[in-house]
Design a protein around this ligand. Structure first.
Ligand code: ADP
Length: 717
């Protein structure tokens, strides 16, 4: 082994064990991980600052079809093939850098917080950093449920897994269960299992009342391209620099006009820059229906008579290339729990390569699927596709092999990896608030139900400047470990794919180890098994990222005032109750204005949410209303500070009122039998203030819940 190779190996090993030592030793890792500076300057995103401009172009599209369908290039003749290209400047605006000792004014002290109306008693350490008070609950509903499950968990018997709904992850799952010496139930089981493995959604098996399910309710909906873009955009409004890893996106059809106007303005300012955009259908996956355009007039807005739901996004024109090919990274991330937030990242991932050498987009090559799209499902149909028998060659390679290559070229892969970790944590922070709303809707506190965890597939592109860019998050990343191969002319067979097997079996096996009910309180039994391939990144890096969790605090208010169990939308009465309870109305902002605000925002949002389950105000609309209220109240501040100030105000109101309620209930309870007192603490209905209860029953009549629709979404299976 050459010296150089030894150095590279050491560097990669360091990268792999990144944070491991710190975790073991309880060392503050602020110096090692990317830190998002809470003191970063805040300014609203300026559309005109994007360096996107260009010339007119004819309508060009890429058709992405699968086996059995014809694949054709539909690109028209090039009208403007020699335009200058923009670099992905808007993504280079800021570099996430390490800040040590940023949180000097942070105080830590023990707190107990009663969250009324939810029956939750949060106990644990809270951090005050001048901006916000966040409670890290030491125990909450999800944990309590999990512990209840553990009581019934095995004593000396193997963990039981219902694999009847595993679909295409079945092979990898079976191998994992075998390695763990657990017991699988291929046809399901009459008695309860410890773990239910679903191939698609939380609802694959209905009526599960205990154990753990490998899907969260609402994850499919949340990670559709439009919803993800919306969630990230909300965070971009609050933290533009921290969330610059997601390309500028517009939602179609509603922002079509805005998109056209902004691009026209940019082009008028600088005619030398030639932008490209990628259009992705909302529920699409595997490259289906994706096409590139260079001018807003090339958008295809209709399918028959219906407006297409899609996202149009700034195209990253200068990706990092290896062997002249564009590639992307598939990273597996385990969302182990929402409350408390627990995130693990797989140390090994996959890279998927294009099969045609990359050229920056021009009118001529816009329709070249094999050059621009890295999807395996598309490139496998190219004559150039190479099935990998080793991990470092071919069209699908391990992430570590690519990082070796980069390290060998002198790339600081530690920095790349820590930027990737930051991207994952920030993305999770963006989607968790709405997931919490779905969760309490499907598994309301007090109702028997399972706990959830989920493996997600993050698709990440590295720019030429090594900045990770988030392309999308898959709620159901393909866990297939075999691929189709033509073994004789016209004869196709499934053959094992060593690269997929290496990565995916490890991810599933170690997810199961982490979810093993018997080892929940200690580290998984190593035994003969390899060390865990999943690294905890949250709560490990709480200190660096916790300040970003503002929308989650808004979601907590939202959930608290939703009122009716199983509701996802807030009715007008509950919204009024929120305003009254938090004392947000006054002579300048009457209750009549509150009603108008409610109607105005709710009406606008209901037009943009075709999949909505119910009428009323959803979380995203509530967040908009909250931003508006914050802006009215704290005019002189920037948005982020406005929101922090209003949150503090609301939380303080609720805390002071819960103090009054508690004192009242203590004085009343002196006369009550013990059993009734205990019930009062755990039953949200008994604990909630009377007006809230009234609101709840009225809203319930007003907002009849509809059955969730089956959604086509980013499912790769
Ligand atoms: P799908 O769910 O259909 O796979 P993606 O968002 O993953 O949709 O996009 C498909 C492919 O298109 C990606 O794997 C990547 O190669 C390419 N791609 C997507 N978005 C961008 C972008 N903004 N810039 C450059 N390439 C992109």
């Amino acid at each position: 082994m050459s010296d150089h190779y030894v150095k590279v190996s050491i560097q990669l090993e360091e990268m792999k064990s990144f944070g491991e030592d710190a975790e073991k030793e309880g060392v503050d890792t602020e110096e090692q991980v990317p830190v998002c500076s809470p003191s970063a300057s805040v300014s609203p995103p300026d559309p005109s600052s994007t360096t996107i401009a260009g010339r007119d172009a004819s309508n060009t599209s890429i058709t992405c079809k699968h086996r059995g369908k014809s694949r054709s290039k539909l690109g028209k003749d090039d009208k403007n093939s020699c335009g200058k290209h923009t670099s992905d400047v808007s993504l280079h605006g800021s570099v996430v850098s390490a800040h040590v000792g940023r949180n000097l004014n942070r105080l830590t002290h023990d707190r107990t917080l009663h969250v009324k109306g939810t029956g939750k008693i949060l106990q644990g350490k809270s951090e005050t950093n001048g901006n916000n008070v966040t409670v890290h609950p030491s125990k909450n509903i999800q944990e309590t449920r999990r512990e209840d499950g553990f009581k019934h968990a095995r004593k000396g018997r193997p963990v039981t897994v219902d694999i009847s709904k595993a679909k295409t992850s079945l092979e990898a799952l079976k191998l994992s269960i075998k390695q763990l010496k657990w017991k699988e139930f291929p046809l399901g089981r009459r008695a309860a299992c410890d773990i239910y493995w679903h191939g698609v959604s939380f609802h694959d098996n209905d009526n599960i009342v205990s154990g753990q399910v490998n899907k969260f309710p609402g994850m499919i909906e949340m990670l559709r391209k439009i919803n993800l873009s919306r969630a990230v955009r909300t965070m971009q409004e609050l933290f533009p620099e921290e969330y610059d890893f997601y390309p500028r996106s517009w939602i179609l059809p509603e922002e079509c006009q805005q998109f056209s106007t902004q691009i026209r303005m940019v082009k008028e300012n600088d005619a030398t820059i030639n932008p490209t955009f990628i259009v992705k259908p909302d529920g699409g996956s595997q490259g289906d229906g994706i096409y590139l355009i260079r001018d807003p007039s090339d958008l295809k807005l209709m399918v028959g008579t219906q407006a297409k739901q899609a996202v149009v996004q700034e195209y990253i024109q200068r990706p990092l290339l290896i062997d002249k090919l564009k590639f992307d990274i598939r990273l597996y991330v385990l969302l182990k729990s929402l409350e408390p937030l627990e995130i693990y990242i797989a140390k090994e991932g996959l890279t998927r390569f294009c099969t045609e050498p990359y050229q920056e987009p021009s009118q001529k090559n816009l329709s070249h699927v094999f050059m621009h799209l890295t999807n395996y499902s598309l490139n496998v149909h190219s004559g150039n596709f190479v099935h990998s028998d080793s991990q470092s060659t071919g069209s699908k390679r391990t992430l570590s092999s690519v990082l070796y290559r980069l390290a060998a070229k002198g790339v600081d892969i530690k920095k790349v990896w820590s930027d990737i970790i930051a991207l994952v944590i920030k993305t999770a922070i963006a989607v968790v608030p709405e997931l919490r709303v779905y969760y309490q809707c499907d598994i309301p506190p007090g109702k028997p139900g399972p706990t959830c965890f989920q493996i997600l597939g993050f698709d990440i592109l590295l720019t030429k400047n090594l900045k990770p860019v988030l392309l999308e998050v898959n709620s159901n990343p393909s866990m297939r470990i075999e691929h189709e191969q033509e073994v004789a002319p016209g004869v196709f067979e499934y053959v094992p794919s060593p690269v997929d097997e290496e990565v995916k079996v490890g991810v599933i096996r170690d997810t199961l180890r982490l979810m093993d009910p018997a080892t929940a309180r200690k580290s998984p039994d190593e035994g003969a098994l390899p060390s865990l391939c999943l690294k905890q990144v949250y709560p490990k890096y709480t200190k660096q990222f916790n300040y970003l969790r503002l929308v989650e605090r808004i979601a907590s208010l939202f959930i608290r005032f939703l009122g009716v169990k199983g509701n996802m939308r807030m009715g007008p009465t509950a919204f009024r109750t929120f305003i009254r309870t938090c004392k947000l109305s006054n002579s300048n902002f009457s209750m009549a204005s509150v009603d108008i605000l409610y109607i105005d925002i709710t009406r606008r949002w209901s037009g943009t949410m075709p999949d909505s389950r119910e009428a009323g105000m959803g979380l995203q609309a509530f967040v908009e209303a909250f931003f508006y209220l914050a802006g009215r109240r704290f005019k002189s501040l920037v948005l982020r500070e406005q929101v922090v100030s209003l949150l503090q105000l609301c939380e303080a109101q609720l805390e002071s009122q819960s103090g009054v309620e508690e004192r009242r209930s203590v004085s009343c309870s002196r006369a009550m039998p013990r059993a009734v007192r205990t019930l009062g603490l755990t039953n949200p209905q008994l604990n909630s203030p009377a007006p809230l209860r009234r609101a709840s029953s009225q809203d319930y009549r007003l907002h009849q819940r509809l059955k969730p629709r089956t959604l086509r979404a980013n499912v790769e299976n």
